[in-house]
Structure formats: C-alpha cells, structure tokens
Write a protein of this length. Sequence first.
Length: 268
Amino acid sequence: MRPLKYLTLVGATLVVLLPPLVLVFASLKTHQEFATTGPFDLPHHFDLDNYVTAFTKGNMLRGFANTAVILAVSLTGTVVIGSMAAYAIDRFEFRLRAVVIALFMLATLVPGVTTQVATFKVVDTLGLYDTRWSAVALFLGTDIIAIYIFRQFLRGIPTELDEAAALEGAGPFTIYSRIILPLLKPAIATVVIIKGIAIYNEFYIPFLYMPSQDLGVISTSLFRFKGPFGAQWEVISAGVILVIIPTLIVFLALQRFIYNGFTAGATK
C-alpha cells in the first residue's frame, strides 16, 4: 500500500512540474536550437537574451507596474470592505440580517458571464472604460469568500472585548479599527494572498475593460506576445516564466499563512 502511495505522489509531482520545466528549457534556448531540439532536451548554452527581449520589447515592465497599482488599490479595498461587512454581520443584530447573508450566498451562484452586458454598460456610463479604475472598481467588489473568512475569524474573537471597549466609551468604528482589525491579521493575510493571486492571473476583465496597450497588465501583455513574437516560442516561454516567478515567490514565502488561515478559520 505504501509503495502505491509514493508512486501516486511521484506521478502527481511529475504532472505538475513537467510543464514549467519544459518552459524553462525552452526559454533558455536560441530560436534555432528550439526548432531543432526536443522539449526535454537541455539547452546547450544558458542564455538569458530571451528574458531581456521579453522584458523590454514585450512591455512586461509596464505590465508589472499596472498590475501593481491595481493590486494595491483592489486588495486594500477588499480588506477594508470585507472586514467591515463581516464585522457588521457577525456583531450586530438588524432587520433582514438573514436575508442579507442569503443574498451574499445567492450572488455566488450567478454565473459572472450572465451579468457582463449590464456590468459593461455601468462601467461605460461611469466613464471608467479604458482606465485602470474600471478593473479596480470590479475587483474592489468583495466576494463572499473574503467575507466568509473574516466572519469565521470574528467568531473566535470574544464579544467581551467589544463590551469592555464599549464600557470605556468606544464606538463601533473605534472597536473595529483598534480591536477587531488588529486581531484579523491572519485572516487578512489569507484574503490578500488568495485574492491577490486571482487578480494577478485575471485576464478577462483587463482585456475587456482596458484594451489600450498602455494599460496592459501582466496577463494581457503576455497575450499580446502572439503578435510580434508569434513564431518565437522561446521568447514567449521566457515571458511566461517571468509571469510565474512573482506568484511562486509569494506563495513559497507566505504559504503558511494560507494553511494556518484556513485551519484557524475552520476551527473557530
């Protein structure tokens, strides 16, 4: 039984690692070498010219800059709006509270593609089309997953802390900002990582709402490689590796927050 388990793990590891490995090999080959060698053949010379070409001529630097701006604003808004919504739902009793929670859950069942026509008209009417703010406004809308994570953590924070602060004269916003928010750091880290990676990898929204090349993000900049570098797969491979590296570094550095966040949130 144990050999079968290890064999399964090795097989799964190969399935996951082989495609990135092929991309790394391809990105280090010259155009001639790529055309005459197999995908698993090691490059004869480890040349970084493809990475330089992808980063400079492929407008990857501009893509990273636009992505960073959208990420910073969207994640800040998600944390603030999501934690406030979870705080209000968990700590306050109000009329139609159950209806609000049910509507949040119902919203997750509606396919996003069915609302795109209406969403596009709203964005265009607001004058946000072909600006960074179109993507920010759409990403800023907090999803139910973020609210759920924050609410699960809030359930583990004793209400006695709120009551003690209220006795000292603190209002709801003071209690939220000075007591609740600092205690939500693990949940904030989890939400930032999960939604940050989702925004970083998002293609549809930037492609549809920011068609200008000057507003290209990482995903759309890589997509536009098909034009000037349509036949240069070694350069395209280098561009793909450049896109993967930041998410890989962030995940390896912060993966414990993801696991601890989900585990702590599930047990509280």
